[in-house]
Design a protein around this ligand. Structure first.
Ligand SMILES: [Zn+2]
Length: 370
């Protein structure tokens, strides 16, 4: 396991089954913890370094026990929500506008069976339930989403796969409850508009009326993204692959995303690298990358459905504005200049330089055997 790396184990399991952060235990075997994944005894490695973590006892530097880190983060997230009973909810744009924001709940139940499904957490407020799913690896699948819709209960997915794994306990709780990307899996209000919820009729000059408010939202989003924050898991992986120069590139359209350019660019590039290394012929297109990023809930969807009139009106007010697909294209174009991507014929299609794949393959091999 690479200390401080993406798979560092930060939580151990105590004899009573509760999960504890490495900051809360004695160093070494005295931590008294087991791996939440494979149940092997753990040693707490707490040297001078900032990146304290657990190691498996009796194994020098074994390959990462991913199950341990993932299980532990999942348990921690559920316990954190149940203990704090508060959560920032994502906004809802159609058919009604709901701003989203922090909500306090009255109660929470972990792993409480509802019909055919067992959601991670069910929280309740004023007699209404909300299902919360934490994504550590795989997103909630379509079957489960369909079952949630059948139950007619609102459900939110919080994507923890972006979390930097070197976060402190407090930082983790903050990310889980407020900052990690989150989206509605289902909301009864999404079931199609009822007469009272129909959109107001469009004015004869579509966009111009809305442009001022969109420009304000965009400017606020840009300001929020300029506050420094720790790198996401994909960004850490891309850096470990030796491709730091490929991410964090300044392109127009900053505020169309909920994460900084470094993080969304890393997510797109990581997906392309993983596919290419599997031998799949992989072409990056702005449309496909945008679809992936929307699925991850890191695109502000109100900026993906603008008319050309609205786009122009927005650019008048916020010259740095560009729709998210254009932001992705601009980034890919920059990568072509850097010799990382190469145009793959046709407009807006790119593939990876074979040389780059060689370098990444070597870097990953070196990490696996470290
Ligand atoms: Zn383990």
């Amino acid at each position: 396991m690479r200390p401080g790396g993406s798979d560092s184990l930060l939580f151990g399991e105590r004899a009573d089954g509760s999960v504890v952060h490495v900051s809360e235990v004695h160093p070494g075997l005295a931590c008294g913890c087991r791996c939440p994944g494979c149940k092997a005894p753990l040693v707490a490695r707490k040297g001078d370094r900032r990146d304290h973590h657990f190691g498996h006892h009796g194994v020098a530097e074994q390959p990462a026990c991913r199950a341990g880190a993932e299980t532990a983060l999942h348990i921690f997230a559920k316990e954190c929500l149940a203990r704090r009973l508060e959560l920032v909810l994502p906004s809802l744009e159609h058919p009604t506008t709901y701003q989203g924001g922090p909500i306090r709940f009255d109660a929470a139940a972990l792993e409480h069976r509802l019909g055919d499904i067992v959601p991670d957490v069910v929280v309740r407020k004023g007699g209404r339930d909300l299902l919360v799913e934490f994504r550590v690896t795989h997103p909630c699948d379509a079957t489960k989403i369909a079952r949630i819709a059948d139950l007619g209960i609102a459900a939110v997915e919080i994507d923890l796969s972006w979390l930097p794994r070197d976060l402190s306990r407090v930082g983790l709780a903050e990310a889980i409850l407020t900052q990690a990307p989150r989206k509605w899996l289902h909301n009864p209000r999404l079931r199609g508009p009822t007469p009272g919820q129909l959109e107001p009729p469009r004015s004869s000059e579509p966009g111009l009326g809305r442009a001022a408010s969109l420009a304000r939202i965009y400017a606020a989003a840009c300001a929020e993204l300029r506050v420094p924050r720790a790198a996401s898991l994909p960004a850490n992986r891309i850096s470990a692959d030796g491709l730091t120069r490929a991410i964090g590139i300044d392109v127009p359209g900053l505020g169309c995303f909920t994460v900084p350019p470094r993080d969304w660019q890393a997510a797109v590039l990581e997906q392309a690298l993983d596919q290419a290394l599997l031998g799949t012929r992989w072409v990056i297109t702005a449309a496909e990358a945008l679809r992936q990023l929307r699925q991850r809930g890191v695109v502000r969807s109100r900026f993906t459905r603008l008319s050309s009139v609205e786009v122009e009106a927005l650019k008048m007010r916020e010259p740095s504005f560009a729709p998210p697909a254009d932001a992705i294209s601009a980034w890919a174009g920059a990568l072509a200049h850097l010799g990382i991507l190469v145009p793959a014929g046709g407009r807006e299609r790119w593939t990876l330089w074979p040389d780059v794949l060689q370098v990444v393959r070597a870097a990953r091999r070196a990490r696996a055997s470290a």
